[in-house]
Design a protein around this ligand. Structure first.
Ligand SMILES: Nc1ccn([C@@H]2O[C@H](COP(=O)(O)OP(=O)(O)OP(=O)(O)O)[C@@H](O)[C@H]2O)c(=O)n1
Ligand SMILES: C[C@](O)(CO)[C@H](O)COP(=O)(O)O
Length: 234
């Protein structure tokens, strides 16, 4: 059987930093919930992929009508993003060499071209790959009284984005080892790196915004409008 592509979408977060009346993945964005846009982008790139959608077990906002995939399953999310992804890996019937791409539901602006570029890179590199963008600002770490401390030169620093893609066996093992060693990773590549792996950074569009804070929603709407004008929409 030729390798299959699995899309794991962590969508079980509460959106605390957004401070809205519902989880941010259900906030309206250009007439549809954020979640619907993200799934449409993924489907536009990989219409025959299998979707594992991680939702809070008590999610009362979700509507299956927003899922365009023929093959999909709902997964109960965990307390942290890492646990949600692990729950998905435990539930899917994937072969060791199947490719798994993990993409935050909170990133609806990812383009089909970037998704396909990541798919190619993740399949070509044994340690997988992740969309990323080089840091363009001088980075600071907060000191005691919110003093500015510049910890390291920005050359070589990248923002990790999603999707991040890996062979199923590698990702499953990496996250299991991270959990066993009490390493709380905030992205999936960190778990592979913790094993000594070297996922490839794939330079991506800078508009792959993760909707996190209140002003991100208007920004995302503007990005979608610009992408539609450039013919980059789903
Ligand atoms: N237990 C969790 C926590 C987060 N996520 C998902 O992981 C992605 C990135 O997380 P983040 O942007 O932090 O979302 P939230 O956890 O919802 O935001 P906050 O930290 O502000 O509560 C999101 O798509 C979120 O839905 C998840 O599936 N399960
Ligand atoms: C996975 C991620 O989007 C890569 O930048 C990020 O780590 C998610 O962090 P969050 O705190 O769960 O939003």
């Amino acid at each position: 059987m030729s390798e299959r592509l699995w899309l794991v979408v962590p969508a079980a977060g509460q959106g605390r930093r957004m401070g809205a009346d519902r989880p941010k993945q259900y906030l309206p964005l250009a007439g549809r919930p954020v979640l619907a846009h993200t799934l449409a982008r993924l489907h536009g790139a990989f219409p025959t992929a299998r979707l594992a959608l991680c939702l809070d077990a008590d999610d009362r906002w979700f509507d299956p009508a927003w899922v365009p995939f023929a093959h999909w399953q709902r997964i109960d999310g965990g307390r942290e993003r890492m646990e949600s992804v692990r729950n998905a890996l435990a539930a899917i019937d994937a072969a060791a060499d199947d490719l798994v791409m993990v993409h935050d539901v909170a990133r609806p602006c990812v383009t089909v071209a970037d998704l396909q570029a990541l798919h190619l890179a993740a399949g070509a590199h044994p340690d997988g790959a992740l969309l990323a963008m080089p840091v363009a600002d001088t980075m600071k770490r907060e000191g005691g009284e919110r003093q500015s401390v510049t910890t390291e030169p920005r050359d070589g620093l990248w923002h990790a984005l999603t999707p991040q893609g890996f062979r199923f066996a590698l990702l499953e093992h990496a996250l299991s080892q991270a959990a066993a060693r009490g390493i709380a990773v905030t992205d999936d590549a960190s778990a592979v790196e913790a094993l000594g792996g070297a996922p490839k950074l794939v330079s991506a569009r800078r508009d792959n915004l993760k909707i996190t804070h209140p002003d991100d929603l208007a920004l995302a709407a503007a990005i979608l409008a610009l992408q539609a004008g450039d013919g980059k929409e789903e």
